[in-house]
Write a protein that binds this ligand. Structure first.
Ligand code: 15L
Length: 273
């Protein structure tokens, strides 16, 4: 029975995974910088600050696979991103290597490629186009994953998560929605599939409006059960409450693109004409 470490266990995705993973991986070690308030009696938890390599090594001891959801999950100041997502991510891969962990699943993000326009369909092999310091940190994490896979034989899967949740929240999320159970499927492929060396998947359910070619995940057995269009009316009703955002509505990364934007608006063309 593999022992699986989940970092970021107190965060949004971590909290959901704490409920979904135990039937599949009963030997689960949860970690975060702070203990979750609702920690159950049967849950094993160790506190660790990702910035401290010794603490990260301690949680990697005896572990077979890591689901790395720890770090900063939105745009932040350079210091916040640098500490949690650059130093923290380096420490995670280095500690995994030193402690002989076999597989790492890295929670990357759609914001690694957020500056691709929405009408541009992309695969996982495109040049990075991060839309934020947060997005840059995800490109860095994917690069670290490739390095540890190629140089040290760690089996690494990066999941460029779209928007994780029970329902798609707005028009943009109809293209990038990820149902929690579908994330679990992608994690299982990364933890169990014998053909993994280094892979990048999009973390998206079966979304008819998808901007992403996710065929590699499907080739390795991914069969998402979530269908964004089933929530179309809800998403459109929520979208109607939002202000228009010419930059964010043009690019895949949405509001992460318009945040602090003082770039070339001439690049925003009406492609539907
Ligand atoms: C992400 O990567 C964030 O972690 C999440 O908070 C959402 O903003 C999501 O992307 C998104 O693009 O909707």
């Amino acid at each position: 029975m593999p022992r699986i470490l989940v970092t970021g266990a107190a965060g949004g995705i971590g909290t959901s995974l704490r409920k979904l993973l135990p039937p599949i991986y009963p030997d689960l070690l949860l970690s975060d910088i702070n203990k979750p308030a609702d920690l159950g009696k049967n849950e094993e938890f160790k506190t660790a600050d990702l910035v401290d390599l010794a603490q990260v090594e301690a949680i990697c001891e005896g572990v077979d696979g890591i689901l790395h959801f720890g770090g900063y999950s939105i745009e932040g100041s350079w210091d916040q991103i640098h500490q949690a997502n650059i130093i923290g991510c380096y420490n995670l891969f280095e500690a995994a290597y030193r402690k002989g962990v076999k597989r790492v699943i890295f929670a990357s993000s759609n914001h690694a490629v957020g500056f691709y326009p929405r009408h541009h369909r992309i695969g996982t092999d495109v040049t990075a186009r991060p839309d934020s310091r947060y997005g840059v940190s995800k490109v860095f994490g994917e690069a670290l994953g490739a390095l540890y896979a190629d140089k040290h034989g760690l089996k690494v899967t990066c999941i460029r998560i779209g928007n994780f949740g029970e329902v798609p929240l707005d028009h943009r999320r109809l293209s990038i929605w990820l149902k929690p159970e579908d994330l679990v499927q992608l994690c299982r492929i990364g933890l169990e599939n014998p053909d993994i060396h280094f892979e990048v998947f999009y973390g998206a359910s079966y979304n008819e409006r998808a901007w992403w070619d996710n065929h590699r995940a499907y080739d390795l057995g991914y069969r998402p059960t979530g269908r964004a269009e089933d929530f179309r009316e809800h998403a459109f009703a929520e979208q109607a409450k939002l202000k228009s955002d010419p930059v964010g509505d043009f690019y895949q990364g949405g509001a992460f693109c318009s945040m602090e934007f003082d770039g070339d608006t001439g690049r925003i063309v009406d492609w539907k004409k």
